[in-house]
Design a protein around this ligand. Structure first.
Ligand SMILES: [Fe+2]
Length: 263
């Protein structure tokens, strides 16, 4: 399995607090069946985001993992917060932020408010050659109440990543319910751990993979945990997807009478 969202690097954000913990998390991930990890620290106002530091830490950690015999391939990216500064910087040089400096960008939106004009920002990103991956919408309080915005973004070409812990219930009942709503409609493209430590936010996705395979079919689980994240990790086009449900059905033009009644 390939994990494209993981706070593995030490002393970078609220993820691993030491190099030893990074190694322990990597070992736990490998034991869970994870083969690739994109190290994606937060790029927001709380933590200094320095791509050069991240690259050198990824190289250092990869060297140590190889020495320890932990079979994991590391990459890099970030948890891109939708701030004005970040968006401006990404317009100038998106490779500072994208997964392995390719075209896929993990995008995090604030928990309690959806920034105005977000659909336009997503659209602009795509005009700039990027593929935005919306991280864990199932944990966003606004989207938990109304998932229609996700529908609009999905139609616009945004991809969706759900946290493995949301699928299994570790992130709470509401996140779990919304995660399964999205999964049941095949509106999800990636599962990822969003691991921060070895305890409350562990680097595990096997259990979520198996649950998805059980409930929604092994083909979908494979897409979410292997084929799609591998494509993003390697900066390749996404493989063919399963048909989403209820995404395009009500796109036929409305009659004047329906528009009048707003139906
Ligand atoms: Fe994250």
């Amino acid at each position: 399995m390939i994990d494209i969202h993981h706070h593995l690097l030490w002393d970078q954000d609220d993820g691993a607090t030491s190099l030893d913990l990074s190694i322990e998390m990597a070992r736990m991930a490998a034991n869970d069946g994870i083969t690739h990890i994109a190290c994606t620290p937060h790029a927001n106002g709380h933590y200094p985001y320095l791509p050069e530091v991240i690259s050198s830490k990824v190289a250092e950690l990869q060297h140590l993992l190889d020495k320890e015999g932990i079979d994991l391939k590391l990459g890099r990216g970030c948890d891109f917060h939708m701030s004005y500064d970040n968006i401006e910087q990404a317009r100038m040089d998106a490779s500072r932020f994208t997964l392995n400096c390719g075209g896929y960008l993990l995008v995090e939106i604030p928990d309690y408010a959806i920034p105005r004009g977000l659909a336009e920002t997503f659209y602009q990103m795509q005009l700039d050659g990027l593929t935005p991956i919306l991280t864990h919408p199932e944990r966003n309080a606004t989207l938990q109440k109304d998932s229609s915005l996700i529908m609009e973004w999905l139609r616009g070409g945004v991809l969706v990543q759900v946290t493995a812990g949301s699928v299994t219930g570790r992130m709470g009942k509401t996140a779990q319910r919304v995660a399964h709503e999205l999964l049941s409609k095949r509106w999800v493209h990636f599962l990822a751990t969003d691991a921060h430590n070895t305890g409350s936010r562990p680097p595990k996705m096997r259990e979520a993979h198996d649950l998805v395979a059980d409930k929604y079919g092994p083909e979908y689980a494979h897409l979410l945990c292997v084929s799609n994240p591998l494509a993003a990790f390697l900066n390749k086009p996404m493989p063919p997807q399963l048909e989403p449900i209820d995404l395009y059905e009500n796109l036929e033009p409305k009659s004047w009478w329906q528009r009048l009644l707003n139906r």
